[in-house]
Design a protein around this ligand. Sequence first.
Ligand code: DAH
Length: 333
Amino acid sequence: MSQSLDIIFQELDSVQTSFETEIQQIAEPDALETLRVKYLGRKGQVAQFFKKIGTLPGPDRPRFGERLNALKTSLQSSIDEAQSHFSRNNGESKDKLDLSLPGIAPSIGHRNALMLVLDEIKYIFRGMGFGVRTGRLIENEYYNFEALNVPDDHPSKDLQDTFYLENALLLRTHTSPVQIHTMENENPPIRIIAPGRCFRKDAPDATHSPEFHQVEGLAVGEGISLSHLKGTLVSFARKLFGEDTQVRFRPSFFPFTEPSAEMDVYFDDRLGWLEILGSGMVDPNVFEAVKIDPDKYTGFAFGMGVERIAMLKYQIDDIRHFYENDTRFLRQF
Ligand code: DAH
């Protein structure tokens, strides 16, 4: 090593030592900045040394450059560390905490439009004295079909239409099994709704989803008639869609009700009448399955698709929006 290089290396060592002593004494960010300028600034000590490269003999230059760069990196990382120490402690230091600054708003999410409509449906029926029952998503054939008077050759029992599991279990295709559980476990008078998920082997498109939601309803008691059914469902429709909503009933068929009717609501001249639910008087065969005396008690039942109602209420054109969790969609409700 040439003599001059040896001397310069000693000088570099003493720069490092004095830097380390000085940085120990620094207690606040401004002083740290002054220190940084003194050593690493454009005219600082390290920069002065870089100028000396030209004065050294050619063969010494690479070693000197290497050593000087190492010093620069080391000083810089000590400064960075001290800086992050100050910014970490900033929030804790009393005079630095500015309470007038706006906070960082946490993203707290949003209820899905489906759940909002479901809440509204529950609220309306609770107001008419209906309690809420939940059922199971996995049922057997008895609860999903047989006890509901669904014949063995009914198309909904087809492998194409129902998700069958092992051990003769299946994913319920409607919320109607909750009727059966409720009538097995409770005595009339009964007035319940049963909201929940259902499953059918449908290929997804704008109006079909293999997973969807229904609300089942059931009222059983002495002297319950078709006029109770109509009164209940008409006032439900008017509470949900508005007081002047026009409603009509069309005769229909369901295995678990006799007679049966579908209820339509008139939306506007473009949409016209749209079906929103199925309903009917509980079939005596269903009462027999749950050992309720059909000569003493009568009842009505109904079932509606929550997605369909939400789509009509909010003019949503594709059922898949509910499940895709695109926040641009979800935020609108
Ligand atoms: N379970 C029927 C379905 O999935 C809906 C339904 C219709 C339920 C009429 C009822 C009813 O309780 O009375 O399509």
